[in-house]
Write a protein that binds this ligand. Sequence first.
Ligand SMILES: [Zn+2]
Length: 292
Amino acid sequence: MVKVPQHQIPGVYHRRVGDIVVTALSDGFLDGSLDVLRNISHDEARQILTDSFRPSRRTPVNAFLVYSAGRVALIETGSGNYLLPTAGTLLTNLKAAGVDPADIESVLLTHMHPDHSAGLTDMTTGKRNYPNAELVVHENEPKHWFDDAKMAVATERAKKLYFQAAREQTLPYKDRWRLFREGEVFPGITAIPRTGHTPGHTTFLISSGKEQLLIWGDTVHVPEVQTARPEVCMEFDTDADAAAASRRKVFDMVATDRLLVTGMHMHFPGFAHLVRRGSGYQLIPAAWEQVL
Ligand SMILES: [Zn+2]
C-alpha cells in the first residue's frame, strides 16, 4: 500500500533580492468571521471571497528571515500559542529551514500585535525564544502598548491580546530593545513607517543592487478583499482612517514602481506584484524562483 501523506511540507521558501536572500516562513493561518471588516457589507465581502475561490476569511501568518552582509535577521515571530491551533508553527518551520533561533542576531517587528510578536518568548519558562537577539521596533509601538491610560479604555479582548500580550512578550528583551523612527535598521533593510493599523506600523524595504522587495507588514489582512477595496479596514486598526490612507500610499508605490512585494498576511509564500484593476488593485503571484 502506498502511504498517503499525513502532514503538509514545511512552510519555507527562499527568494533572492540582489545579494540578499529572504526566506519566507509560515506560522500557519487564522480563519475568522467577516465581522471584523469595516467599510464593506458582509455580502460584498463574501462575494469577493467567493469570486476568488476562498471558502472563508483566511488570514495567513508569515515571517521572514533576511540574510544580508553575513548576518541574519528575523522579521516577526508569529503568534506563539496565543491565537488558533492552525497557527504558531514558526519555530517548527525555522528548524526545517535549518536555522537555530540562537543564531538570530536581530528580531524586527512591523508592530506589536500577537500574530507578530507573540512568538518572542516562551511563557511557560519566561525565556526568550531568540536568546541572542536584539528587538528592533518603531518607537511608537512600546510607547502605545505600555500606556496604562490607553489600556484602561480598551476592550477586555484588546487589553489581554494586545496590551498584555505585547508587554509580557517583549519585556524579557527589555535590555536589548533598539527603537527606530525610520531609515536603515539592518544592512539592506530600510524602515518606512505606514502608521494607522497601529501607531508604529512599519513596512520594510529590502534593497540590494538594482533589486528591491517591499515587506508591507499588515497593509492587508484579507488580501482579496482589501486589494479590490482599499478602503476596507479591520476592527482592530488603531486608527482606521490612517490605516486606509497608508494602504493607498503603499498600493500606489508598489503598483507605480512595479515593486516585488510580500507581507505577513499574504497567501504563502506570498511574493507578488500588484496591478491596478478598475477602482482597486489585484495581486499577481510571483513565479517560482531558484535561490541562485
Ligand atoms: Zn497581523
